[in-house]
Ligand binder design. Sequence first.
Ligand code: CMC
Length: 425
Amino acid sequence: MAEAKLHLADDRHVDLPITRGTEDEVGLDISRLRADTGAITLDPSLGNTGACTSAITYIDGEKGILRYRGYAIEDLAENSNFPEVCHLLIRGSLPSKSERDDFRTRMTRHTLVHEDMKKFFEGFPPSAHPMAILCAMVSSLSAYYPEDDSPEELDLNIIRLLAKAKTLAAFSFKKSIGHPFIYPRNDLGYVANFLRMMFAVPAEPYDIDPVVVDALNKLLILHADHEQNCSTTTVRTVCSSGANLFASISAGICALWGPLHGGANQAVIEMLDRIAVDPDGCEKYINLAKQKDSGFRLMGFGHRVYRNFDPRALILKKSADALLSKLGVDDPLLAVAQKLEEAALSDDYFIERKLYPNVDFYSGILYRAIGIPTDMFTVMFALGRMPGWIAHWLEERNSPGARIIRPRQIYTGATARPWLPIDKR
Ligand code: CMC
């Protein structure tokens, strides 16, 4: 039944059925618009466009609510671990004990990467950004594990991707510092295994600190999904063409890399470093961010969806203090971040535009405390977002009646003109 009607200035009109979500969100279904009126909608940056229905993640940007499959992010960050959240996002439910054990065993058993893939690492210069390596490596997995239509094989590829991504990430770090790769160990959980592959060196014992394991689990959980953000939309778009899982996720990694998206966590620390040594301090950067022609933005501030606060940032801000004191780390950048936040939150420019710290503002401080180098921050985001991308890839692929994603445009270029030979142009 049509619940809304759109009339154009002339007599053309269209009925717009309304789709309501389980949280009472309202979507006007415009799929008949072009056929009935010849018009299309124009929504650059898609700020008002719902491109799909989804049962994975719910966000209320006004109230600062974020839930995965109905579970509050605060509960998950406090009580779950990352593999459990992977299960929740991908399989749709928190695992029972036997499901958890099975999932964990499979994720551990598939952690090794094919020995031949090590040769790829040799081809990269030591200065290669680890995001460049990660997207290339994830895409290369499709050469080793080609897609097969059986659900069992697809499920195995999902497990392989979750398990191997952290090995590839750790190898890319080892490559950048010229150290030998540390192979995964099957008796360790996801996070502990990753930490060991990152930081252990041969012939020396490496103690895994449970405080760091907890902190990293929390960070990964907070990044695990965020509905139709830029990289997830990329994954769904690439998936819609029928591309395989690894190719689609690799495209998502590329989209995440940009400084307005996941690359912001690296950019925040670089910005705080600059402020820390600048005698003019925070005020100069607040002023710069307010001048549109400066090209400078306060990194880690603002969000398309959150208009009051980002619940992930609140959790991380609290964790930053606690983690630093537990680890005995005195990071001067934490004080700079707190001062910058305070200054921005009391400035009219930021108040009027509802710009608040986002997840990237404090995450870098935590990564630093754990010992993760700055250019690996966005890789950490990618590891966290992996289950979200996979869940959306599956949802897109299995949506009844899903078609290739192919937006339209309003053409503003030259009208038809004749081709002229070169001496007559
Ligand atoms: N510093 C200064 N001004 C800003 C900022 C900022 N960080 N963010 C937005 N604005 C201004 C913007 O100039 C515009 O002003 P006006 O209305 O006068 O033209 C207004 O606020 C609205 O901004 P917008 O660019 O239309 O907002 P958007 O929804 O398109 O962009 C954003 C969202 C996150 C890309 C943007 O806020 C930004 O560039 N933030 C800095 C980068 C960042 O921290 N990104 C991480 C996002 S959270 C992690 C993730 O999921 O990716």
